[in-house]
Design a protein around this ligand. Structure first.
Ligand SMILES: [Zn+2]
Ligand SMILES: [Zn+2]
Length: 135
């Protein structure tokens, strides 16, 4: 991961290493606060610095930003061969990883076969109202 970041022209800093490591080991998408307040952020970077690095990583397609608006944005690492699909609440912005088996893997194979495209990947986002927001 660090290599991909450096190949993309990012300067290697402790904060960058911390953030990549936090995201690689996360089991769910993380918010800016989750990352900025993580005990694994040993470099002691402040929130603004963390945000700046996240924006950069997003621009470089090393991570993905999820969610509807900045206030409830979540970040997740993009790695070949690994993906998650998500449920996002349109009201409170809460996000969770879909824990049913990915519904489109077979479809992906079929598309690969028929289109000649290789190394396909996808991420799905389902939007709706979470249990606490639904009437
Ligand atoms: Zn909600
Ligand atoms: Zn999927």
């Amino acid at each position: 991961m660090m290599k991909r970041a450096r190949d993309a022209g990012l300067r290697r800093t402790n904060a960058l290493e911390n953030i990549l490591s936090i995201l690689v080991h996360a089991h769910q998408p993380l918010s800016l606060a989750d990352i900025a307040e993580s005990p694994d952020l040993t470099s002691g970077a402040d929130k603004a610095t963390v945000y700046r690095i996240l924006v950069k990583l997003d621009e470089l397609s090393l991570i993905r930003r999820l969610g509807l608006h900045d206030r409830s944005a979540y970040y997740t690492i993009l790695q070949p061969g690994r993906h998650d699909d998500y449920l996002i609440c349109t009201q409170c912005g809460r996000i969770q990883t879909l824990d049913i088996q990915c519904p489109v893997e077979a479809l992906e194979k079929q598309i690969e076969k028929e289109s000649g495209f290789r190394k396909l990947y996808h991420e799905l986002e389902f939007y709706g109202l979470c249990p606490s927001c639904s009437p």
